[in-house]
Design a protein around this ligand. Structure first.
Ligand code: ADP
Ligand code: MG
Length: 265
């Protein structure tokens, strides 16, 4: 099982879209994919037609057992997306209260790793969609992940959110044995605008080794997809946005080639 977290301490940069696009493409290539909605806003959950305000069971349930994960619970929380091979562990808005409740609970930062350890045989890939806020949910994601994908909007000041994210990553990595590898992915790129080109060049100069070699273009099909609850490839498999995500997926697969041993426990 490979676990990829998609995170940036900035909203509106394409995190959720990246999770859906990569999840959809991996599933269409025959991989068994699970997406986790780690964001109390529940955009990923809403994308697939579930209401994060009224869900009875969600990822929230994993945090209700004093830092332990009861056997079988993670599997019970997984729902269908309507897309073959693609499953979802949904969010509920109640997750916004976790910061307050979980402070000081032992093992609270490893709950997602432990939950995923139970699903080791059921999925090939896990994608974690994150909230922009640094807190217990983000800490859980970074602890569980084997690779981090950081979408960065190619616009003025975008690099600020990225710097904050990298600072968080270094802080958390220091307390872990193996620092988490990461890929910075330029998103919402519009080659006709100066702002997009300028910020892409700045990213290239600043992060020559971690920056993905291409960029995800602005593609209105993605907006349509999230509104209609479809996966991007179902809207139009040949659109330039989907093709860019295919290329990103190829590079990520090449880059993160080694398979992980189970962790958590
Ligand atoms: P985040 O999860 O980081 O907040 P989203 O994935 O929700 O960001 O994207 C923010 C908005 O931008 C959404 O309305 C989404 O549909 C749109 N969007 C994301 N990626 C693209 C893209 N490549 N082209 C056009 N619109 C996009
Ligand atoms: Mg989001």
């Amino acid at each position: 099982m490979r676990i990829w977290a998609v995170a940036n301490q900035k909203g509106g940069v394409g995190k959720t879209t990246t999770v859906v696009a990569l999840g959809d493409l991996l599933a269409s290539r025959g991989k068994r994919v699970l997406m986790l909605d780690m964001d109390p806003h529940g955009s990923l959950t809403s994308w697939f037609g579930y209401d994060p305000d009224s869900l009875k069971h969600s990822l929230f349930d994993l945090f209700q057992h004093q830092g332990k994960v009861p056997e079988g619970l993670p599997a019970q929380l997984i729902t269908d997306t309507g897309v073959a091979n693609l499953s979802l562990l949904p969010a509920s808005t109640a997750m916004a209260t976790l910061e307050r409740r979980m402070t000081g609970v032992e093992g609270m930062g490893l709950l997602i790793s432990r939950a995923l350890a139970q699903l080791w045989d059921d999925f090939d890939y896990v994608l974690l969609d994150n909230t922009p806020t640094l807190g217990v949910l983000m800490v859980n994601s970074l602890a569980a992940a084997s690779h981090l994908i950081i979408p960065v909007q190619t616009e003025f000041l975008a690099i600020k959110g990225l710097e904050r994210m990298l600072h968080t990553l270094h802080m958390i990595s220091r307390s872990q044995k193996n620092p988490l590898s990461y890929t910075i992915v330029p998103t919402l790129f519009d080659r006709r605008t100066q702002a997009s080109n300028k910020s892409l060049n700045l990213l290239r100069d600043t992060y020559p080794h971690q920056l993905w070699r291409f960029a995800i273009p602005v593609d209105t099909k993605f907006r349509d997809a999230s509104e209609s609850g479809l996966v991007p490839s179902a809207v139009d498999a040949k659109t330039h946005g989907v093709r860019a995500y295919h290329r990103l997926l190829d590079d990520l697969l090449a880059q993160t080639g080694t398979w992980l041993e189970p962790s958590g426990g």
